[in-house]
Ligand binder design. Structure first.
Ligand code: GLC
Length: 545
């Protein structure tokens, strides 16, 4: 079984934000039947094979579905349970896999569990959430902050206690130290496994275990922050409000549950874990690789976009990865500024090549394959509760509807007034990009096809090349019979690239410039500014010997 690689290692994950993908009812919100109508695009046209859906469960939508009111149903906005079953069947019929979002840290304040919990101090569900008495001065029990601004505690006047909410006050945190909570959430996992989903993306996975003594967080004196500024939240070191070591026991149990359902095919978990210490990050694979299959790796979002920093980030990851652990990379999601706007039109093509040629599973965010820019949303159309509470931190700009064609509704809906405005720059839609070989979509299609047809890119080793030209990051991916060189020019100026020593000649597989014509490369080649190249290289006889 040494060379066995399960689907979640060989494939490419594509994240769908269901509200914004395809609306079939004309209410301006995307739905599950809409996703079904686009499966052929995803599978055959684009070439991705694993879909991750952001939440589609019943929810008051205070945080657009990340406030779940019922974990085992479908919100009518998105369709019905029958639609879900059909989606699973259609995904599987195409040989694809479906990963759904599990939100274990908090429920909606409207979830029956919380309604019961807040009803009285004596309610059997009281301890399912985190309740504490006020401090003697009536203030919150400790200094913990909500990611979305303000204190993480809200006073329930009727019962005289505070409850914890790491996010909105409409998202009370569950108490995972209560075994009944774990049992209930594991039942949710079973429910979806029985409905044949292939895996789970676990929302803020490390948040579920906090310091049992609930100590105050220390102030952040060094100014170290996450990959982006989180406002007042950055004033503390978040030592005690998440990531307590007891979380690992939960993930080991979850893994055992997933493994028990893995007879027919492996079931999978990927955790959203934003920690910035590599050592700590790697612990989420589990000491015996018996916890999460992967913690999402957001390091590229944090790296300065230049050849040196990006390479050192990747080398750092490769060095720390536990033996046998599978890497992964993320360049965008529903919480981040669109890739196109982060790196600009030219470097975002280089970024696409990097993401799809590194060792490990890449995750693509819907619309990034079109080069969708971050949308500017007029103040009266803003929706994201985070942005409404902390101006500047809103995430609406990366959540606008998928533009399928150039019509006013973008082919997303029959209404031209969807939940967020259609925002696309000229020519940025599936229909037009498909007929333009120089489009971002054409580049992604070529990259995905080359990745799929080259084991070296899917599974090969990673070897950085030291003697790369200035501002270039060059590495080699190697499987038994194949060696592919990836050369990325992070500067706008041309650079002379010599094939690495020991390699006699190469054949151009793909360039981010669609009009590059070389076929054979003899030792040296000039990389254009902002160009990424894939070259299949043949070892020289001396190396073979
Ligand atoms: C995660 C989600 C984000 C959500 C938050 C609270 O970070 O990705 O969209 O707002 O958790 O559930």
């Amino acid at each position: 079984m040494k060379n066995y690689h399960p689907w979640w290692q060989t494939g490419v994950i594509y994240q769908i934000y269901p509200r914004s993908f395809q609306d079939t009812t004309g209410n301006g919100v995307g739905d599950l039947p809409g996703i079904i109508t686009r499966l052929d695009y995803l599978n055959e046209v684009l070439g991705v094979d694993t879909l991750w859906l952001s939440p589609f469960y019943p929810s008051p939508m205070a945080d657009f579905g990340y406030d779940v009111a019922d974990y085992t149903d479908v919100h009518p906005l998105f369709g019905t349970m029958q639609d879900f079953d059909r989606l699973v069947a259609e995904v599987h019929a195409r040989g694809m896999h479906l990963v759904i979002d599990l939100v274990p840290n908090h429920t909606s304040e409207k979830h029956p569990w919380f309604l019961a919990s807040r009803a009285s101090r004596k309610n059997p569900r009281r301890d399912w959430y985190v309740w504490r008495d006020p401090k003697p001065d009536g203030g919150p029990p400790n200094n913990w902050l909500s990611v979305f601004g303000g204190s993480a505690w809200d006073l329930d006047k009727a019962t005289g206690q505070y409850y914890l909410h790491s996010f909105l006050k409409e998202q009370p945190d569950l108490n995972w130290r209560n075994p009944e909570v774990k049992a209930a959430m594991f039942d949710v996992v079973r429910f979806w496994l029985e409905r044949d989903v292939d895996g789970f993306r676990i929302d803020v996975a490390h948040f579920i275990m906090k310091d049992p003594e609930m100590r105050d967080n220390p102030p952040n004196l060094s100014g170290v922050a996450a990959h982006k500024s989180l406002g007042a939240y950055d004033s503390q070191v978040h030592l005690y409000d998440k990531g307590h070591a007891n979380v690992h026991g939960i993930f080991r149990e979850l893994r055992a549950l997933l493994d028990a359902y893995s007879k027919a095919r492996p079931r999978f978990s990927v955790g959203e874990i934003h920690v910035y210490d590599w050592g700590e990050w790697a612990t989420y694979y589990g000491e015996a690789l018996d916890e999460l299959h992967m913690p999402f790796n957001f390091s590229l979002l944090k790296a300065e976009w230049n050849a040196r920093d990006v390479r050192s980030m990747i080398d750092g990851l490769e060095a720390i990865l536990p033996d046998g652990a599978w890497p992964n990379y993320v360049l965008g999601n529903h919480d981040e500024t669109r890739l196109r706007s982060r790196y600009g039109p030219d470097q975002s093509r280089v970024a696409a090549m990097l993401l799809l040629t590194l060792r490990g599973t890449p995750t693509l965010y819907y619309g990034d394959e079109l080069g969708m820019p971050e949308a500017t949303i007029p103040p009266d159309k803003q929706q994201d509760p985070w942005g409404l509470r902390v101006p500047g931190l809103g995430r609406d700009g990366c959540r606008t509807p998928m533009p399928w064609d150039a019509t006013p509704s973008g082919g997303f809906s029959t209404t031209s007034e969807p939940w967020l405005p259609i925002f696309s720059t000229e020519g940025c839609n599936v229909e037009e990009e498909l007929s333009d070989p120089s489009s971002v979509l054409s580049l992604y299609r070529r990259l995905l096809a080359v990745r799929k047809s080259h084991p070296a890119l899917q599974l090969g080793e990673y070897q950085p090349i030291d003697l790369a030209p200035r501002d270039c990051f060059v590495f080699v991916r190697k499987a038994e019979s194949q060696t592919i060189m990836v050369a990325l020019n992070f500067s706008a100026d041309p650079r002379a690239l010599r094939l690495p020593d020991g390699f006699a000649r190469g054949r151009l597989l793909l360039s981010t410039f669609e009009d590059r014509t070389e076929t054979d490369i003899d030792e040296t080649l000039i990389l254009h500014g902002n160009e990424g190249l894939l070259v299949a290289i043949c070892p020289a006889p001396s190396v073979l010997a």
